[in-house]
Design a protein around this ligand. Structure first.
Ligand code: AMP
Ligand code: GLY
Length: 422
């Protein structure tokens, strides 16, 4: 069969790497892809946001399955447009993807269906948000742009004063454009975080292994939030917490979406905080995480393609649970100096040819670029996702960090503490 992967990040490189291994796949395309996907798939020069051209390409090439990586096209309704042309497309439709597209909506869903999350207050009026902050009790509070902001729209504030600055950035200065037209203020929760991604066709759920992302840019969780600087999987979760996550969050969310008339089919990502009172939803994503995907897919031993097909066709109940490599995977992201703020692009990357990759070590490309026949350069904030398997966290860390030692580009930054404290 012919498969098309949409997107150009580390997640999509990992998806292509895994899908390529399926004996069912005879032809693999990636649009637009990156230099990493170019080595294992045919890159197609169509932007992931150009839904019209993507539909036309899939129809012309008779693509059997399209797999959408990023949230942008999902929230814009790419699945609906493929379905109109009777083309099979993996991911939630526009109505279901709103779970990520609007944090105000997702919080309302949690409230309506009693899914545990922090208290929250949504505002689109700056004056009202300010007077709410003036009148609340002192203490930390979280400010979120309601719309899509590439993981950068959240500020954890120590005080109302700090929160007012973050609110003004959203509502007045429009730092996140329309995505910040509504802000959601949230009670600040405490506890370890966990990414739980599940396959669901709206009836059956099939959770992947739990993973832990590291969102802050610097060691010790310091500095501003990024899209994710590194991931460890699996993460030990107490059986009681595990069953609460399924019974209080995952199943209720899938049911809630059915009851809202927005059947959810695809990867459902719940970003959780494991508080002393039980698991709480910090956010939903309507897709696989980046970089969670990279270590998860390196540990997935089952063929991914039948699982994707069954989910998109509403037959997930016919599938066996996936088989996982029992080893630990650690993924460390090398990013451009300055990210998540301003950074330089077009910086030459050296040393990749010195890294010996294989089933236990992969360097997934994210923001990289290669001009025809030219050198590899940086092209984004997160540049490479070095991902390694090991018998334990220490062994996986050693393998990943040893590879990073061989790679260099001017300004390169990565966290040194991925997996140190899990
Ligand atoms: P989100 O994109 O909504 O998951 O938020 C990004 C990060 O901000 C999370 O991974 C948490 O570290 C932090 N965060 C978000 N919401 C809260 C909250 N209500 N309380 C404490 N920290 C939060
Ligand atoms: N790594 C977090 C995300 O994909 O949103």
């Amino acid at each position: 069969m012919k498969v098309l992967v949409i997107g150009s990040g580390g997640r999509e490189h990992a998806l292509c790497w895994k899908i390529r291994q399926s004996p069912l796949v005879t032809k693999l395309y990636c649009a637009p892809g990156n230099p990493g996907t170019a080595a294992i798939a045919d890159n197609v020069d169509i932007s992931s946001d150009d839904i019209g051209k993507l539909v036309a390409f899939a129809a012309a090439e008779k693509i059997d399955l399209t797999v959408v990586g990023p949230e942008g096209p999902l929230c814009a309704g790419i699945v609906d447009e493929f379905q109109k042309q009777k083309l099979l497309c993996f991911g939630p439709n526009k109505a279901a993807a709103e779970l990520e597209g609007s944090k105000a909506f997702s919080r309302e869903v949690c409230r309506r269906h009693r899914i545990p999350g922090p208290n929250f207050w949504a505002f689109d009026d700056h004056q009202q948000a300010k007077s709410f902050l003036d009148n609340r009790e002192a203490g930390p509070i979280v400010v979120k742009a309601s719309g899509l902001a590439a993981g950068k729209g959240v500020t954890v504030c120590k005080s109302s004063e700090e929160a007012k600055v973050a609110v003004a950035e959203c509502l007045e200065k429009r730092r996140f454009g329309e995505a910040g037209g509504t802000v959601v203020l949230e009670e600040c929760l405490e506890g370890p975080e966990l990414s739980v991604i599940t396959l669901t066709d709206g009836q059956t759920i099939m959770p992947l292994e739990p993973a832990r992302d590291h969102k802050a840019v610097f060691d010790g969780d310091k500095g501003p939030n990024t899209g994710g600087m590194g991931v460890v999987t699996p993460v030990a979760v107490m059986p009681r917490m595990r069953s609460q996550i399924e019974s209080q969050i995952i199943f209720p969310t899938v049911h809630a979406m059915n009851r809202e008339g927005r059947r959810y089919q695809g990867f459902l990502y719940a970003g959780l905080m494991l508080t002393n009172q039980g698991p709480r939803v910090l956010e939903y994503n309507c897709r696989l995480g980046d970089p969670e995907t990279q270590p998860l897919l390196m540990r997935l031993q089952s063929d991914l393609v039948p699982l994707l097909l069954a989910t998109a066709e509403g037959k997930l109940d016919t599938m066996e649970a996936p088989v996982w490599d029992p080893r630990v995977a650690v993924c460390v992201v090398a990013c451009s100096g300055g990210y998540p703020g301003d950074f330089k692009k077009g910086v030459p990357i050296f040393g990749l040819d010195r890294v010996v990759t294989g089933p236990d070590l992969q360097v997934f490309h994210a923001g990289t670029s290669r001009k025809l026949g030219g050198d590899l350069t940086t092209a984004g904030g997160r540049v490479l996702a070095v991902t390694a398997l090991g018998a334990d966290i220490g062994a996986a860390r050693d393998r990943a960090y040893a590879a990073l030692q061989l790679i260099e580009f001017q300004g390169m930054h990565y966290r040194k503490d991925i997996g140190l404290r899990t």
